[in-house]
Design a protein around this ligand. Structure first.
Ligand code: NAD
Ligand code: UGA
Length: 466
């Protein structure tokens, strides 16, 4: 029986930080060290003011405050942490490749391989390696190859333990997950490694919620879970366009189908399109894997989820242009929200970025307000697209820290994130400060359209006829 008392996690991002903070909180007898190459990020995790940690998640600062310095540590000394730990989680980024074979689809496993090589070089005793990052099915065999062929004779067990937390609800999801999934080898050593990780989670998660499988099922289940979730969003979004033509209301349709217990009510919220760092990348990865095995129909089937999502973002921007008399040139358009969903400061793949880019092509002037996203991040997101110069982005987009200021003098408002605070605004005051006719394009189905209409706004809510 292996009793784990020392854990290391490589990668202090949106997954590594919160998951390790929760393990440390629930398991005071385990020393948890989270390491990262990014010095700034580690410094932020160690900031004496816990409100300055680099990931915004409701409740996370309390969890970190409880465990940090007791049995939770953040460090840039990757080698010492690897050397010291019995169990090493790999929680580094696995973005879509931007070069070479598989460009635009395959997962870039460069950082995973670097971790494996570093572990092999540093490890002096046997270790359990846990894939926490989302990885293509069969990655564990590549990691094992590297560890065996470049190591110093230590023995390694590779487990797959994908993370299912959603941003914005990470603390709740980690505290009471629907399930924890652990995949490992069927050998005696593999089963002992699985048991060691089961025992860590069993400190707070009921055993019946801890599922164990073989490594490949676990790896593939993570991609599949994200593909199914994203598919639901694309499915409901595909019908918003039909609703707008036929006067069916997408909220009523979602409710009507969601009450069927076989379908269920979750993930049926129509939107301007899903964002986030994972849905698109994981489906593209699934598509790539299917194609690489010659499974064209399987690949085409899942690719359609992305095609529909891209269509939705473009459609939303085009509809704004159309409703603003086919020109937005020189017009002020206010964006409420930039994050890819509420309660997070993460903007990766946020629909807002693509809607802004589309409107900037048409020479609109955009004013953005988001309660948690910094101006630097917004400009970074736009510059990253490389569709225009940084100066042009700065000229076309202003970041305003007050929502009323952001909307003042605007021709239209686009609601792009479902932040709760937007519902509490004095909409009459906003209406009075805007150019008329004042229009609202609600890409999140967030605001009460009837109330806004009674004030005088022209409202287009996604999935309902204007
Ligand atoms: P992230 O970019 O926020 O964090 C990754 C961190 O790893 C970065 O800080 C980076 O500096 C660090 N890193 C990269 N290579 C390193 C190395 N060799 N040594 C030390 N540090 C290194 O990414 P994330 O959002 O935390 O996602 C991590 C993985 O988890 C991805 O595979 C993602 O698909 C998966 N995932 C993410 C979420 C989510 O909600 N963000 C949820 C489930 C799964
Ligand atoms: C998603 C999954 O929900 C997590 O289980 C998974 O661990 C994670 O991806 C991951 O692998 O990274 P996340 O992207 O953080 O989590 O957030 P979601 O709540 O899934 O939302 C994703 C996007 O879909 C957001 O832009 C959201 O606004 C949108 N969405 C979601 C809708 O448009 N409608 C819905 O009904 C639900």
């Amino acid at each position: 029986m292996i009793q784990i008392t020392k854990i290391c996690c490589i990668g202090a991002g949106y997954v590594g930080g919160p998951t390790m903070a929760m393990i440390a909180k629930k398991c005071p007898h385990i020393k948890v060290t989270v390491v990262d190459l990014n010095e700034q990020r580690i410094a932020a995790w160690n900031d004496p003011d816990v409100e300055n940690i680099p990931v915004y998640e409701p409740g996370l600062s309390d969890v970190v405050a409880e465990a940090r310095g007791r049995n939770l540590f953040f460090s840039t000394d990757v080698e010492s942490a690897i050397d010291d730990a019995q169990m090493i989680f790999i929680s580094v980024n696995t973005p879509t490749k931007t070069y070479g074979a598989g460009k635009g689809q395959a997962a870039d496993l460069k950082w995973i391989e670097l971790c494996a090589r570093q572990i092999a070089r540093v490890a002096k005793d046997n270790k359990i390696i846990v894939e926490k990052s989302t990885l293509p099915v069969r990655t564990a065999s590549a990691i094992k190859d590297i560890l065996i062929h470049t190591g110093n004779g230590s023995q390694f067990q590779i487990l797959s333990n994908p993370e299912f937390l959603a941003e914005g609800t990470a603390v709740e999801d980690l505290d009471a997950p629907d399930r924890v999934l652990i995949g490992g080898d069927s050998t005696v050593e593999g089963q002992a490694a699985i048991q060691a990780l089961v025992d860590v989670y069993a400190n707070w998660i009921p055993r019946e919620r801890i599922l164990t499988t073989n490594v490949w099922s676990s790896e593939l289940s993570k991609l599949t879970a994200n593909a199914f979730l994203a598919q639901r969003v694309s499915s409901i979004n595909s019908l918003t366009e039909l609703c707008e033509k036929t006067e069916a209301d997408i909220n009523e349709v979602a409710k009507a189908i969601g009450t069927d217990s076989r379908i269920g009510p979750k993930f049926l919220k129509a939107s301007v399109g899903f964002g986030g760092s994972c849905f698109q990348k994981d489906i593209l990865n699934l598509v790539y894997i299917a194609r690489s095995y010659g499974l064209q129909e399987v690949a085409d089937y899942w690719e359609q989820v992305i095609i529909m999502n891209d269509h939705q973002k473009k459609r939303f921007a085009n509809q704004m242009i159309k409703e603003l008399y086919n020109t937005v040139n020189g017009k002020k358009i206010s964006f409420l929200g930039w994050a890819f969903k509420k309660d997070t400061n993460d903007t990766r793949e946020s629909a807002a970025i693509y809607v802004a880019d589309h409107l900037l092509h048409e020479q609109a002037n955009i004013a953005v307000y988001d309660p948690k996203v910094s101006a630097d991040q917004i400009y970074f997101d736009l510059d990253y697209l490389a569709t225009r110069s940084s100066e042009e982005n700065k000229k076309g987009v202003k970041i305003i820290s007050d929502p009323y200021e952001a909307c003042k003098g605007a021709h239209a408002i686009a609601v792009l994130t479902e932040w709760d605070e937007f519902k509490t605004y004095d909409w009459k005051k906003i209406y009075d400060s805007m150019l008329k006719p004042a229009k609202i394009f609600d890409g999140r189905n967030l605001l009460n359209a009837d109330e806004l209409r009674s004030i005088g706004f022209l409202v287009q809510t996604i999935g309902t006829k204007a």
